[in-house]
Design a protein around this ligand. Structure first.
Ligand code: AMP
Length: 215
């Protein structure tokens, strides 16, 4: 039973590594980015509201994502643990998370910080492609699909609107201003585990598992 948080700049590989970890632990990956994209695709009111922010690379208002996470971690499949990917993203979100977990008699076990230097981030994000039907994440250089515009089984590959370079720069500025303060916040609680996010995917996964005592 482990409740984990992933923190790191956009493009650090949080989604990919969280996917590997949840597979290993058998707990759900709770990605606010994925939930917001699903709401946007379904055309719900929440999805339309979120899109106004997401398409500009801006953060969605705290109360919107807090509500989503609260509902998600109350579901039965999260009762034996979860991996939060992309949440909390601000100190107010972290405070809300603390309150909702305390009420449910739960706590966070580890906060993983995936560290990647800024100069690698832009290259990483702008090379990222997502399978149209499977949602599988590829990278043109680091995890190449069968062809630049087709994934496994021939599905079309897409560049997320928020992975464009101008949008990436806005997201990096937001990370430094709003999310980086969470590092000190969680270090102060003794929960922070730093993982070097540079290098081959399998090496990063191995370092991640070591950092949180999973083998
Ligand atoms: P991600 O897939 O985690 O990079 O998230 C994609 C976009 O969704 C972000 O650029 C934000 O617009 C929005 N988003 C995801 N998680 C959060 C969050 N915790 N707080 C605010 N906005 C978020």
């Amino acid at each position: 039973m482990k409740n984990l948080i992933f923190i790191g700049p956009p493009g650090a590989g949080k989604g990919t590594q969280a996917q590997r970890l949840t597979g290993r632990l058998g707990v759900p990956q709770v990605s606010t980015g994925d939930m917001l994209r699903a709401a946007r695709k379904a055309g719900t009111e929440l999805g339309r509201k979120a899109d106004e922010f997401m398409s500009k690379g801006a953060l969605v208002p705290d109360e919107v994502v807090i509500g989503l996470v609260q509902e998600r971690i109350a579901l039965a499949d999260a009762s034996h643990g979860f991996v939060l990917d992309g949440f909390p993203r601000t100190v107010p979100q972290a405070e809300s998370l603390d309150r909702m977990l305390a009420k449910a008699g739960k706590k966070i076990d580890d906060v993983v910080l995936l560290e990647v230097p800024d100069e690698l981030i832009v290259e990483r994000i702008t090379g990222r492609r997502v399978g149209e039907t499977s949602g599988r994440i590829y990278h043109l250089k680091y995890d190449p699909p069968p062809s630049p515009d087709r994934g496994e089984g021939g599905e079309r590959l897409l560049l997320r609107a928020d992975d464009r370079e101008d949008v990436v720069r806005q997201r990096l500025a937001d990370y430094a201003a709003l999310t980086a303060p969470l590092v000190a916040w969680y270090a102060g609680k003794g929960l922070l585990r730093r993982v070097d996010g540079v290098g081959a995917l399998d090496d990063v996964t191995a370092a991640l598992f070591r950092a949180i005592g999973v083998n």
